[in-house]
Design a protein around this ligand. Structure first.
Ligand code: KIV
Length: 258
C-alpha cells in the first residue's frame, strides 16, 4: 500500500472508490492493518470500552489517547492515523487547540471530535492552524447519557435536516472528513452525495465513501457485537485475513449490505 493522506482519500471519493477504516489501539494491530492495506486507522476512544473495560467512552483521558496514539504510530507508517479527542478535551476552543497539538505530536495525522454546529469555531481554529479535523455526527457516544442510550439518530425529518445542516456547516468551517454513526441509510447517502469531503459510515448503510468498524468487533472479541458489524475472523481464520476481508468487502460494496 502506498502512503495514504487526505489527498488520496479525496481522490478516491472523486473516483467513486470506497475505502476501509479500522480502529487500532496498539502497535501490533496497527502493523497488521498496514499489511492488510487498511487506508485509515482510527485510534478511537472506543478503547475505553474494548481495551480498558469501561462501560462508555466518558472515562477515557488525554493521557490514554496520547499513549495509544504513540503506539499505533510506531506500528504503522502508511495508513492515515486519526486520533479521537476524548470526552471534554475540546469543550473550549483553546483546550481543543492544546489537546490537538498533543495528539498530533503523539503521531496522529488528524483529530476527530463529536458534535454539530457548536463546534464551528473550534473546527475553524484548528483548520486555520493546519490541523486536519474529522467531524463525527449522528450517534456520538460521548453524549450517550444525554442521548439516553446508543440509539439510531436522524430518524425523523427534523433530526435528519439538523444532521445534514451540521455536516455542511462543519465542512464549510474546514473539516476534512466526516464520520456518520448510526443514521438511516438514505440520510447517510444524501450527506455523502452533498459533501465534497469523504464521509465514513458506521451503522449508516452502504452509501458512504468509506466504512469504519471497531477492530475488536470484526475479530469477534466484543461481548456485545453491534448489529451492523460482522465477525470477519470467523470466515478467514487469521487477524490480517479478517482485516483484508473487511477491506475487500468495503471496496466491492458488499459490506455493509443494504
Ligand atoms: O471511538 C471509535 O471507535 C469511533 C468509531 C466508532 C467511529 O469513534
Amino acid at each position: 500500500m502506498k502512503n495514504i493522506n487526505l489527498t488520496s482519500l479525496k481522490a478516491m471519493k472523486a473516483a467513486g472508490e470506497k475505502f476501509a477504516v479500522l480502529t487500532a489501539y496498539d502497535a501490533s494491530f496497527a502493523r497488521l492493518a498496514e499489511l492488510a492495506g487498511i487506508e485509515v486507522v482510527l485510534v478511537g476512544d472506543s478503547l475505553g470500552n474494548v481495551v480498558l473495560g469501561y462501560d462508555s467512552t466518558v472515562p477515557v483521558t488525554m493521557d490514554d489517547m496520547c499513549h495509544h496514539t504513540q503506539a499505533v504510530a510506531r506500528g504503522n507508517s502508511k495508513s492515515l492515523i486519526i486520533a479521537d479527542f476524548p470526552f471534554m478535551a475540546y469543550a473550549s476552543e483553546l483546550q481543543a487547540l492544546d489537546n490537538a497539538a498533543a495528539l498530533m505530536q503523539a503521531g496522529a495525522h488528524m483529530v476527530k471530535l463529536e458534535g454539530g454546529a457548536w463546534l464551528e469555531e473550534t473546527v475553524l481554529l484548528l483548520a486555520e492552524r493546519g490541523i486536519p479535523v474529522c467531524a463525527h455526527l449522528g450517534l456520538t457516544p460521548q453524549s450517550v447519557h444525554k442521548l439516553g442510550g446508543y440509539r439510531v439518530q436522524g430518524k425523523d425529518d427534523a433530526a435528519a435536516t439538523q444532521i445534514l445542516g451540521d455536516a455542511v456547516l462543519l465542512q464549510e468551517a474546514g473539516a476534512d472528513l466526516l464520520v456518520l454513526e448510526c443514521v438511516p441509510t438514505p440520510l447517510a447517502t444524501q450527506i455523502s452525495q452533498t459533501l465534497d469531503i469523504p464521509v465514513i459510515g458506521i451503522g449508516a448503510g452502504p452509501g458512504t465513501d468509506g466504512q469504519v468498524l471497531v477492530l475488536y468487533d470484526i475479530l469477534g472479541l466484543s461481548p456485545r457485537q453491534p448489529r451492523f458489524s460482522k465477525n470477519f475472523l470467523a470466515e478467514t481464520g487469521s487477524i490480517q485475513g479478517a482485516m483484508e476481508a473487511f477491506a475487500t468487502a468495503v471496496r466491492a460494496g458488499s459490506f455493509p449490505e443494504a
